[in-house]
Structures are given as structure tokens and as C-alpha cells.
Design a binder for this molecule. Structure first.
Ligand code: AMP
Length: 207
């Protein structure tokens, strides 16, 4: 199964993808995580990613698509994937179809996690990450265990989140009709407890 988790920054895509991995037995592919790993390793490519990411801008399509092409050839993704934070533009959506077609696959469903803009800033600014495991928490809604050293992503600040949200509205959301035309879109209310949202996603997927 190839599934897309779609929605604004802070909608819960990464958190819910992590839960779906066990259920569906396919990996989560997060372009944001992949680019953060490249950035951390300090490579030239990582530095390029950083110049966009730290301002909350989208990384150019060619770079993201090249990254995805490579990732999809890895054996763990042979049976499907949960795409988290990709595609983020119409170009990326079309490129993903081409990549999947070469593998004899296609998108089965796109789940949009709908969260009102008023909740986005609080969710993103309160997000914390365990750098060792990548597990995310929220200082209020899902606090990290006491004693665990968590960090804040450098782009999870109030200034940068506005830029990221505008990017979502201007470039990412307009890709939705591409999937709507094929009847692949399921809209899920992303406001609620992690368990509630997970149940809604499972219902939408029929799993
Ligand atoms: P995320 O972890 O999905 O919130 O992504 C963090 C940042 O990485 C975004 O604000 C972008 O700068 C960059 N990024 C992640 N995925 C993409 C993508 N598919 N296209 C362009 N930029 C991306």
C-alpha cells in the first residue's frame, strides 16, 4: 500500500505515521526527516537543504524528487510506504506517480489531517523531539517522560511556522485536486487525542 499523509505543519502527520508503520508494516518516508539527517551530517547537500529549511521555505522540487527516487529503491520500501510531508507541490505529486509507476505501484489513498490554523502555531511551537529516537512530544498534549533530554526543531519557532503555513496554503494544498479527481482523498479531523485521530485514520483507510 502506498499512502500519503497530507496536511499543514503540525497536523500530526509524523506522529500518526509512526503509529501506522506497525499496523501496515510499511515504512514511513519523511522528506523532512531525511533532509534533517543530511543537514546533521554536514554534507554539501545538507547545507543546501538547510538554507531553505531554516527560513521555512520549500526545498526545490528537483532536489526533493532526487532524494525520493533514491529512497524508493531501498528494499524496505518494496511493498509500499507512508509518505509524510511529500508530495508538497503539484510537481512532486506528478513525479511521485512516475516513480511509483516504474515500480508497478500507485497511490491507494491520501489522508488529509485537517487542523484549524489557530491550533497550528501552538502545536508546532510546543513540539519537542527526542534527538536519539526521533520520537516527537508536545510540552502540553504529549509531554516527554521526565528526565528525557528533548530538543526543539530550529524551524519550530513562531516566525518560521507562519512562513511554513503560508507555503502549505500557496503550494501544497493546491495539489489536492490532483488526487481528488481520482477519488483518493479522505479528510480526517486532526483535532483530538492521538488515539482518537488514529482511529479516524484507520476508519478512513478501512484497516
Ligand atoms: P517537515 O519535517 O515535513 O515539517 O519539513 C521540514 C522542512 O523541510 C520544510 O519546512 C521544508 O523546508 C523542507 N521539506 C520537507 N519536505 C519537503 C518537500 N516534500 N518539499 C520541499 N521541502 C520540504
Amino acid at each position: 500500500m502506498d499512502l500519503i499523509l497530507f496536511g499543514p505543519p503540525g497536523a500530526g502527520k509524523g506522529t500518526q505515521a509512526a503509529r501506522l508503520i506497525d499496523l501496515l508494516e510499511i515504512p514511513q518516508i519523511s522528506t523532512g526527516d531525511m533532509m534533517r539527517a543530511a543537514r546533521k551530517s554536514g554534507t554539501e547537500l545538507g547545507k543546501k537543504f538547510d538554507s531553505y529549511m531554516s527560513d521555512g521555505k520549500l526545498v526545490p522540487d528537483e532536489m526533493v524528487i532526487a532524494l525520493m527516487e533514491e529512497r524508493l529503491t531501498q528494499p524496505d520500501a518494496a511493498k509500499g510506504a507512508i509518505f509524510d510531508g511529500f508530495p508538497r507541490t503539484q510537481n512532486q505529486a506528478e513525479a511521485l506517480d512516475v516513480l511509483l509507476e516504474k515500480l508497478g505501484r500507485k497511490i491507494s489513498k491520501l489522508v488529509v489531517l485537517e487542523v484549524p490554523v489557530k491550533n497550528i502555531v501552538e502545536r508546532v511551537v510546543g513540539r519537542r523531539v527526542d534527538p536519539a529516537s526521533g520520537q516527537t512530544y508536545h510540552i502540553r498534549y504529549n509531554p516527554p517522560p521526565s528526565g528525557l533530554e528533548v530538543i526543539q526543531r530550529s524551524d519550530d519557532t513562531e516566525d518560521v511556522v507562519h512562513q511554513r503555513y503560508e507555503g502549505y496554503k500557496a503550494k501544497t494544498e493546491p495539489a489536492l485536486p490532483y488526487y481528488e479527481a481520482r477519488g483518493l482523498v479522505a479528510r480526517v479531523d486532526g483535532v483530538g487525542s492521538l488515539d482518537e485521530v488514529f482511529e479516524r485514520i484507520k476508519n478512513a483507510l478501512g484497516v
